[in-house]
Design a binder for this molecule. Structure first.
Ligand SMILES: Cc1ncc(COP(=O)(O)O)c(CN[C@@H](CS)C(=O)O)c1O
Length: 399
């Protein structure tokens, strides 16, 4: 049996998405900017795709949705554009990000920090959450941007985007939110909260890899980073990824259609699976489930190195992760567990299970059996693990 439970890393392309994309590889393959029938054959697909993307985030047509290659590019673009336009010119000198943003935000913040920008890294609390008030406490009249993700990719923690958006509006500071882990999991509506920039990737909600987007509210600034043929209204040059736009549009439409299922049935399956996992001794989940996206569990198994657990799971045909895929290669502790101050022997033992609408109960039942066997085997050979006496201080409260 093969079980895929790493959907926060990437997802399977929905068959209907693939079917809609295929003609734009082999029949309607013209360059949309050419002046002939092969180009105009692509235009209806592009238009429909863009319409679906706008509708998926409830964006008014007067705002901009710019197609990029992925969320990493989109996140880099927002921060570097602010740097060029506001920091380099001396108008402002500071940005605010959370300390648990995706590396594409953190690394970019550190890059512009090395170029002279002041950066505040907002701490998370013991539940892995950002407190909106910490944003207001750090905003100054020189703050050029606040960038806080809608939902965290490792814990699933949902951050207070509405409150942060209101604080940014009050102080007239642009607000960017990385919505990669929110779209398709919880409602994302750019008109309900004060969001100026929003970024996402298609491959997180059953669309293709290699295509993402950057939403920008009308009246906001964005400095082009790619110059050339002036596609995307001059914001991002380069021949349009027609199959990608078509695929992301269809995936977005399906994600919205499946949102109720995700937020009810997937949540129920996740909660029941988590309840069973927490019956295993010395296990800990950081963020309370009502404050998380419905598909994610980050759970620590004291005494078991995360990579060892992954190995046992993978041998049984199960795909999970120790946190974000980007950080999976190293044996470092889970960054979010470290950020909440988890004890050392917990920070290295986190496993992330992330479900999707394709996950079945049989798959979770099978996974639970494999996890139980792995815990017994790995704790049995652990030189450091001894079943803790009752009341042992864990550094985390079992949820
Ligand atoms: C919140 C968030 N923001 C940006 C990205 C980057 O998406 P790309 O399409 O790969 O550029 C990701 C991708 N997180 C994967 C791979 S590191 C994970 O395993 O958690 C993300 O979760």
């Amino acid at each position: 049996m093969k079980v895929y439970l790493d959907n926060n890393a990437t997802t399977i392309v929905d068959p209907q998405v693939f079917a809609e994309m295929e003609p734009y590889f082999v029949q309607r393959y013209g360059n949309p900017n050419s002046l002939h029938i092969f180009a105009s054959d692509t235009h209806p697909g592009i238009k429909a795709g863009m319409e679906r993307i706008y509708a998926g985030i409830n964006s008014p047509r007067e705002d901009s949705v710019i197609i990029t290659s992925c969320a990493t590019e989109s996140n880099n673009w927002v921060l570097k554009s602010i740097y060029f336009d506001q920091i380099l010119t001396g108008k402002k000198n500071h940005i605010i990000v959370s300390e648990v943003e995706h590396p594409s935000v953190i690394a970019t913040a550190k890059f512009i920090e090395s170029m002279g920008c002041k950066v505040t890294y907002l701490p998370i609390n013991s539940e892995g959450l950002i407190e909106a008030q910490s944003v207001e406490e750090n905003i100054t009249d020189k703050t050029a941007l606040v960038s806080v993700m809608w939902a965290n990719n490792e814990t699933g923690a949902i951050f207070p985007v509405e409150e942060i958006g209101a604080i940014c509006k009050k102080h007239n500071v642009p607000f960017h939110t990385d919505a990669v882990q929110a779209i398709g999991k919880i409602p994302v509506d750019v008109q309900s909260f004060n969001v100026d920039y929003l970024t996402f990737s298609a491959h997180k909600f059953h669309g293709p890899k290699g295509v993402g987007a950057l939403y920008m509210k009308k009246g906001k600034e964005l400095m082009p980073l790619l110059h050339g043929g002036s596609q995307m209204g001059g914001y991002r040059s380069g021949t349009l990824n027609v199959p990608g736009i078509v695929g992301m549009g269809k995936a977005m439409e399906q994600a919205i259609d499946a949102l109720d299922y995700e937020m009810s049935e997937i949540r129920k399956m996740r909660d029941a699976f988590e309840d069973e996992l927490l019956k295993i001794e010395d296990t800990f989940v950081v963020t309370p489930r009502e404050k998380r996206t419905p598909n994610t569990i980050l759970i620590s198994f004291r005494g078991i190195e995360g990579e060892s657990m992954l190995w046992d799971l993978s041998r049984a045909g199960i795909g999970a992760s120790t946190g974000s895929a980007c950080a999976s290669e190293d044996l470092e502790a889970n960054s979010v567990m470290e950020a909440i101050g988890a004890a050392e022997d917990l920070a290295h033992t986190a496993i992330r299970f992330s479900l999707s609408r394709y996950t079945t109960q049989d798959e979770l039942d099978y996974t639970l059996k494999v996890v139980n066997a792995a815990v017994i085997r790995l704790r049995g050979i652990s030189s450091s693990y001894a079943y803790a006496p009752a009341g042992h201080e864990s550094g985390l409260d079992a949820h």
